[in-house]
Ligand binder design. Structure first.
Ligand SMILES: [Mn+2]
Length: 535
């Protein structure tokens, strides 16, 4: 089951995050776990508040939907460790019909690769006929390779040159050291003389005298049905994979893009690459065949339909659905796509409608999130974009979430306005404009507040800050508007000569200005008129 990722737009707002979470829950009711809520930007303070308040996990941060190696499904991996005899590697290759076996360290991290080419090259390069030898090999392993019985077991591991006793006995004996291995046939005097480590070939038995002598001298004895040539050949194949494997096979990470992997694989002499997980262990082997598939991530876009607002890599993704409430400037798609655009106040309203229409009830946390999405996008149902559907959705969601929409709206706007923890001076400096009005220098700051109680609780501090601002900027009049969208009004604060304040405002500050929301359209013309009358 391929997963489908749900994304809001870049720099996601609360409606984006809420609708992604809400729609993922809605869709997962019928296909649990298939729909993954995601985001391609940082959470804003309002969205963080929403997730915290309703105990919801943040959507996964996925900055790009460009296909990655993790989007490919890999065939089972055939890997062996470096100490495994090459004959086992070759057997695995034949049995499974594969061209390459990855060699890993004991922790499972790839260290090399054994392929047909490596085998051929290694045996041409490494095997010197004059010097048949075993690298350290457990006696059991050697016996298994030679299909041999262990008649006397003294050594755990064998290591040394291998001599086939075809010379005159004294010549062979002259060459051998105590650790070397002799291969003899059915010739008891030779068997007895050659004792160092003995392999009796051609199915000849190990006689009692030989066994007794071997035990006395501390020598291992193996008997095998193979002839001397077969023993020599198989001893060659007992080389551990480490001696044969090729190094330098490219290693890619599951997080690498497929585009990058294509370059690496086609540029490598192996025409393959090992793919490893975050812990460096082998996750799969990538070949040119694996890369032929057209891999695309399936995505659903919410709260936007423009490519410029979408997650990076959208051009290489498969869009399966779009749900939005904005103007149309849609992305072009390769396949037919479900597309629902409804000009309601929030995408979260559309998702809430889906729950209502299907008779499903969202969990309390999801209901709370959708409520946040609607209240955030409609400024608590006060924006002109608010529709009947938004109000119905709020009525549906509030009791499920167990919250009062008024209280939630105010709390959200407060977070959205990001007033908490910001010093007053910084808040006043965020949005200031300077004007020359009838030869007076005026500076006007504007701060959006969730409710007037926010500024009324801080009136003395605000007036003090404005006095400092006026001194610092050498202006005649420093004004701050604290505007509440909820109340469609502004509280006006100011610092100037007392006489000027009372002449302009006719009273002490702060003063409530009903209907004044815009500094440019509502307040500035009024102030300009007052100052002109005074001059
Ligand atoms: Mn929206």
């Amino acid at each position: 089951m391929n997963q489908i990722y749900l994304f809001g737009h870049q720099k996601p707002d609360t409606d984006s995050i809420a609708s992604v979470i809400g729609y993922a829950e809605f869709m997962n009711r019928s296909e649990p776990g298939r729909y993954v809520p995601a985001r391609c930007g940082e959470l804003n303070p309002e969205s963080r508040y929403m997730l915290e308040r309703f105990g919801i996990d943040s959507p996964a941060f996925i900055p790009s939907v460009e296909p990655r190696l993790s989007d490919i499904s890999y065939k089972p991996v055939f890997a062996l460790t470096a100490d495994v005899p090459t004959v086992d590697v070759a057997t695995l290759m034949v049995k499974e019909g594969i061209r390459n076996v990855v060699i890993t360290d004991p922790a499972g991290k790839p260290v090399g690769i054994v392929g047909e080419h490596a085998l051929a090259a290694a045996y041409l390069r490494k095997i010197h006929l004059a010097e048949l030898a075993v690298t350290p090999v457990p006696v059991e392993t050697l016996a298994r390779i030679l299909n041999a019985d262990i008649a006397v077991s003294v050594h755990a591991v064998l290591e040394g040159r291998v001599y086939i006793a075809i010379d005159a006995l004294h010549v062979t004996l002259a060459k051998m050291t105590a650790k070397d291995i002799a291969v003899a046939g059915d010739d008891e005097p030779a068997q007895l003389a050659l004792i160092a480590c003995l392999i009796i070939a051609e199915g000849a038995p190990a006689g009692e005298r030989v066994i007794a002598a071997a035990k006395k001298k501390g020598v291992s004895v193996l008997t095998t049905p193979l002839d001397a040539f077969g023993v020599g050949k198989m001893i060659n194949l007992s080389l551990p994979a480490r001696e044969v494997m090729e190094l330098g096979v490219p290693v890619l990470s599951l997080t690498d893009t497929i585009a990058h992997a294509r370059q690496v694989v086609s540029g490598s002499k192996f025409r393959a690459a090992c793919v490893v997980g975050a812990d460096g262990t082998l996750a799969g082997v990538l070949t040119r065949t694996t890369l032929l598939d057209d891999v695309r991530r399936a995505v659903i876009l919410l709260d936007h339909n423009e490519a410029s607002q979408a997650v990076d890599g959208i051009g290489e993704a498969e869009i399966v659905e779009i749900i939005d409430h904005h103007r149309l400037s849609p992305i072009t798609t390769l396949k037919p796509v479900k597309f629902l655009n409804d000009p309601v106040g929030a995408t979260s309203t559309i998702i809430a409608k889906k729950f209502m229409e299907s008779g499903l009830v969202p969990s309390p946390g999801i209901a709370g999130a959708l409520l946040c999405g609607i209240l955030s996008d409609t400024l608590a149902l006060r924006m002109s974009t608010t529709t009947h559907h938004d109000r119905v959705a709020v009525k549906f969601l509030s009791p499920i979430a167990g919250v009062e929409p008024e209280e939630l709206g105010t709390s959200l706007l407060e977070r959205g306005m990001d007033l908490s923890g910001v010093p007053l001076a910084a808040l006043l400096a965020r949005d200031t404009k300077e004007f020359d009005l009838s030869k007076r220098k005026v500076i006007i700051a504007q701060v959006m507040v969730p409710s007037f109680s926010w500024n009324r609780e801080r009136s003395a501090a605000i007036l003090a800050e404005l006095a400092a601002l006026r001194a610092g900027t050498k202006t005649d009049l420093a004004i701050a508007l604290f505007t509440s969208v909820m109340e469609n009004a502004s509280d006006v604060y100011g610092a100037a000569d007392e006489a000027l304040i009372s002449e302009v405002f006719g009273a002490g500050l702060p003063l409530r200005f009903e209907g004044v929301m815009s500094r440019k359209k509502d307040f500035l013309p009024w102030l300009g008129d007052r100052l002109r009358e005074l001059s």
